[in-house]
Design a protein. Structure first.
Length: 136
């Protein structure tokens, strides 16, 4: 039961991290007034015009999402912390894949988006479960 709660909490934390990174990216590169981002052509033009720093914020958001979500999942799921963290990482990876399938992105973002979530979730689990050295 704790593993399920851990995964759910980790996914919520990951989602929040991604939303915050998207908001930061939008603040760095807002769409021009009147841009209809529901129009695929307008969205593609907007993303192609985005500065690399705005796109890097989104990519960093995926990494932070997997790290923080994996950490939370591992802290809550005592029996299987690494598994819980990796499930969160896999959910972030699935979100990245779906996002890139629907919205055009630069190739470097695709590569980073595919490579970062699982190792970052694993790192989150490692950080959450590391043992403290006994006091001397």
């Amino acid at each position: 039961m704790r593993s399920t709660v851990g995964v759910l909490a980790g996914v919520v934390i990951a989602w929040l991290a991604i939303v915050l990174s998207q908001m930061l990216s939008a603040a760095l590169h807002p769409p021009p007034p009147g841009t209809d981002l529901a129009d695929p052509a307008a969205l593609a033009a907007f993303i192609n015009a985005a500065p690399p720093v705005a796109m890097a914020c989104v990519l960093a958001g995926y990494a932070v999402a997997a790290l923080s979500g994996g950490w939370v999942a591992a802290r809550i799921a005592r029996a299987h912390p690494s598994t819980a963290a990796m499930v969160v990482g896999a959910m972030v990876l699935l979100g990245v894949i779906l996002n890139y399938a629907m919205i055009p992105h630069p190739a470097w973002m695709l590569v980073g988006g595919l490579l970062l979530p699982l190792p970052m979730a694993w790192l989150g689990a490692r950080l959450a479960t590391r043992r403290q050295a006994p006091a001397a």
